[in-house]
Every structure is written in C-alpha cells, then in structure tokens.
Design a protein around this ligand. Structure first.
Ligand code: HEM
Length: 257
C-alpha cells in the first residue's frame, strides 16, 4: 500500500532529475548553430561596404534600407526616416558620404567631393566628429565605407588620420586658457637675445586702438610664462613687468629661462 504511493513519487524524482541533468548538459554550451549566428551578427555590424553596396541603402523604393555615412562610418537611420527618407531635408546624407555637408549645409545635389573635408577648419572638423557622436548615441552603427576614410581592410586611411590629428589640435586649442590680452611681438637674435614689444598690431595681428606694455603673463598653472600686451593701467598678479625692463617701456629684452 505504502509502496504503491512511494513508487510514482520516486518515478517523479527520477524524471525531474534526468530532466535537470539534460538541461545542464544542453545549457553548458550554446548549440553550434546559435554560436555561428552570433559571430555573423558581430561581423555584420563591423561590415565593410563598397560605395556600390552602400548606394543600395538610399531609402528609395526597393532599396535595402536607409544608411547614412559620416567620416566613413555607416549608420542605419531608418528610425529617422522623417529626416533622411527620399525627398526629406537630410536625404543627402544617405547612400554615400557627404561629410562636408554637415558643415557647409550643402544638401541639394550629391557629388563625391562632398566627402572631402580638407577645406574645413580644424574646429569645423571637430564639429563633424561631434555629429558622429550624435549618430553613435542615437542610431545603429553598421560598419565602414571603403574609400576616403577606410581602406579595404577597414583600417584608417592616411587622410582620415590627418583629419583626426586636426581634430585633436582643435581640442587642444580650445582647452587652452582664454587669453584676455594679445601676445607681444617676439624677435630673437643671437647677439641680443629675445626682444618682446608691443605695437597696435602685435599678437594676433588685429589692429587695435592701443599699443600697451609688455608684461610677463605668468598664470600659476602655466609652466612657460609668455608675453602679453596690456593697456596702460592694467594691474594683475598674473601680469608682471619683465626683469630689468622699465614698467613703462614698450619693448624689453627678455632673459632666457
Ligand atoms: C549645416 C546646417 C545643418 C545641418 C548639418 C543640419 C543637420 C540636421 C540633421 C542631421 C538633422 C536630423 C537629426 C536626427 O537624426 O534626429 C536635423 C534636424 C533638424 N534640423 Fe537641421 N541641420 C542644419 C541646419 C538647420 C537649420 C538652419 C534649421 C532651421 C532653420 C534646421 C532645423 C532642423 C529641425 C527643425 C530638425 C528636426 C528636429 C527634430 O525633429 O527632432 N537645421 N538637422
């Protein structure tokens, strides 16, 4: 009697046990097929496109999708079809690289030169890189376009490296403390050493109504103090007259440090 209750009970335990073992075996490693699929997806996101392939993603009827390119990086912008779809304001950016239009606002007719950003300033290049970050944050990255920015192995081209160097230069320039006063004219001669002086065009070369006096600009965090022209009457701890030079002189000879 008791046995007749126990037997189905044991049978259940055995069945559950076997199921657990089977589950453990199956879940230890993903089936080969699934693993392959993951690898394919990964590669797809790192895909290299030729210009011909990418042209098939211009969003027109029968096209393969809506892919935008910036500095050779490719993004799926289907969710932004109201901006990028055929006939929409920013359709210029899809199906090809028109990086320069991000600055020039040239959205009318595409030509391959629109991928050339060499005529832009360092700071404009920095703005394009900011646009690229916008796409990283808001859209799906799909791969790289072989051409001006990436070679057929997906490596940065020399052209691209120069662009990045110029962007780094713009960042460094912007990180510099803002200089309130124009820098002095500087001249170095072996016989006399370094001469600094002020004129109404010294520093950035911009004409101004005052000449000013040379001062050593020595902000604490600055390891290399330099010379700025300050209008008469300017006083600051960071702006000191040069050694052995009259505070009212318009030029000074500077001792090398
Ligand atoms: C160089 C100039 C310009 C560039 C490169 C540019 C680029 C863009 C891009 C790429 C988008 C889509 C952003 C997204 O994916 O969500 C956008 C959206 C937009 N732009 Fe421009 N744009 C420029 C000038 C202008 C000007 C001058 C105006 C206004 C007169 C304007 C008004 C708008 C508006 C209203 C949106 C839609 C915002 C939204 O719906 O979220 N843009 N712009």
């Amino acid at each position: 009697m008791v046995l007749s209750y126990v037997t189905p009970y044991i049978r259940h335990i055995v069945v559950i046990g076997l199921a657990a073992v089977l589950f453990a075996i199956l879940s230890r490693e993903p089936p080969k097929g699934a693993h392959d699929e993951q690898a394919t997806n990964f590669q797809e996101h790192q895909r290299l496109f030729t210009e011909q392939e990418l042209a098939q993603y211009d969003g027109r009827e029968g096209s393969k999708g809506l892919y935008l390119v910036i500095l050779g990086y490719v993004y799926d912008v289907q969710k932004g079809v109201k901006h990028y779809g055929p006939g929409e304001a920013y359709n210029m950016f899809v199906g090809h690289d028109a990086s320069r239009s991000f600055i020039s606002g040239d959205f009318e007719e595409y030509s391959p030169e629109l991928s050339d950003v060499s005529s832009l300033t360092d700071s404009e290049l920095k703005s394009i890189v900011k646009w690229k970050s916008f796409y990283d944050e808001n859209y799906t990255y799909k791969g790289k376009l072989i051409g001006r920015y990436f070679d057929e192995r997906g490596e940065l081209t020399e052209y691209h490296k120069v662009v990045l160097k110029r962007v780094a230069r713009a960042e460094a320039e912007e990180a510099k403390p803002r200089q309130e006063f124009p820098s002095c004219n500087v001249e170095w001669k072996q016989e006399t050493g370094t001469k600094v002086w002020c004129s109404s065009r010294s520093g950035d070369g911009v004409e101004r109504g005052w000449v000013g006096k040379p001062r050593r600009y020595a902000k604490q965090e600055d390891k290399s103090p330099y010379c700025v022209c300050v209008p008469d009457g300017t006083e600051s701890d960071a702006l000191v007259p040069f050694e052995n030079c009259n505070a009212s002189s318009e030029s000074c000879y500077v001792k090398e440090e």
